[in-house]
Design a protein around this ligand. Structure first.
Ligand code: ATP
Length: 364
């Protein structure tokens, strides 16, 4: 009997729809390969283009439909020329995390053999860590309430709560436990903060230390964000699970994308207690829209993360098999360079990369 799951799809702006369309084709090819599972996609309106037509960037009806779905796929959103009256960009992709309580932003930093990377060191081929960015509070908690006062000074507020921090750290330690089983080595969680300067971060770190006691089999340590940024470049192979505040995570995840070679390769998941959303780390890349150059791999790998998450959430191991097939098909593009896009030094566009991934799926 074929099982069906409902997937909410936000096509996004800019290159968003250009990478979402092939992603759904690739997912369907994987499902056909594993058999017995089908996805029903519901395309939901949201984004900067939708705002120009309706005055709304994230309709409540879309949020509610996404909440009811089995999982959510979201492509890049926002356009630099579409601004709110205060001059800031629209960020429905951030607002939805807060509305659905998706507190754990999971950003894998993984390098496969022969991957073209800007850093040169043989140990880079062993880089495999996961950055967890708290995604609902920190410096983004009051992101629409910042004030410029009398043109003299500006204020933004950072909020860290015990409840979310505890859930975040538990998530990080549980992920380290899963990785211990999968990778066969002792797991470690590193808390990244600025506990030497800010009371909020000293408290954040103390909650981390409290939660660590519940996971005696997992090592833990902590680092200041400035030093950690340097270590990410000097010895990225040393980390396992790294957990941090929203703003620091925003910055460090782009640094992670830089280490692996391109934003076009960096997937992410935003996970809460009830829902999970999967999206590429990159933005809408306005400079390459409509040229057929967008690298779809970050969106493909985000979908592989979705299949992995659903495998556990739905207790359906076939989906984990699907995730493995998809990840292997993408890795083959990177190692063989057949289907590699221009941002990685290859000569393909979105279509060529997609065809190569489909061929690799068919061969498995
Ligand atoms: P945001 O702030 O919305 O995350 P950003 O300012 O980080 O966006 P991006 O839209 O991610 O900017 O683009 C940064 C650079 O990376 C651009 O030159 C863009 O063309 C390139 N880029 C981003 N995503 C891709 C992709 N999927 N394929 C190829 N190039 C990409």
């Amino acid at each position: 009997m074929t099982k069906q799951y409902n997937i909410a799809v936000f096509d996004g702006d800019g290159i968003g729809p250009e990478i979402m369309a092939p992603t759904l084709v690739v997912i369907d090819a994987v499902l056909e390969k594993i058999g017995a599972i089908k996805f029903k996609y519901e395309h939901l309106p949201a984004g900067a283009l939708h705002y120009t037509k309706t005055g709304e960037d994230l309709p409540d009806s879309s949020v509610e439909a996404a909440r009811a779905a089995d999982a959510i796929l979201l492509s890049a959103m926002g356009l630099p020329h579409v601004r709110k009256p205060d001059g800031t960009e629209l960020t429905p992709q951030i607002a939805i995390r807060i509305k659905l309580g998706l507190y754990a932003g999971v950003r894998p930093v993984k390098i496969v053999p022969k991957q073209p990377t800007p850093l040169k060191d043989p140990r880079l081929e062993t880089v495999d860590f996961v950055l967890i960015r708290e995604s609902t509070e920190g410096l983004f908690a009051h992101m629409n309430e910042g004030k410029v006062v009398n043109n003299e000074y500006a204020i933004e507020t950072m909020r860290i709560t015990r409840k979310t921090s505890e859930k975040l750290f538990d998530f990080a330690f549980r992920l380290a436990e899963q990785r211990t089983k999968k990778l066969g080595r002792k797991g470690k969680v590193t808390c990244v903060d600025k506990a030497n300067v800010f009371a909020s971060f000293a408290w954040f770190r103390s909650i981390f230390e409290e939660r660590a006691k519940a996971y005696p089999d997992i090592d833990h340590d902590a680092a200041y964000v400035d030093a950690f940024a340097m270590w990410m470049v000097q010895r990225p192979w040393d980390f396992d699970v790294v957990v941090t505040e929203n703003m620091f995570g925003d910055i460090l995840s782009d640094l992670g994308a830089g280490i692996i070679g391109s934003l076009g390769l960096a997937p992410s998941a935003d996970i809460g207690d009830e829902n999970a959303l999967f999206q590429p780390c990159h933005g809408t890349a306005p400079d390459i829209v409509g040229k057929g150059l967008a690298n779809p791999i970050a969106m493909f790998l985000s979908s592989a993360m979705m299949l992995d998450w659903m495998a556990i959430d739905k207790n359906d191991p076939l989906l984990a098999k699907g995730s493995e097939i998809l990840e292997a098909a993408v890795n083959k593009v990177i190692t063989t360079r057949i289907g590699l896009t221009k941002d990685l030094g290859g000569d393909c566009g979105t279509e060529g990369c997609t065809s190569a991934v489909l061929a690799n799926i068919a061969q498995q």
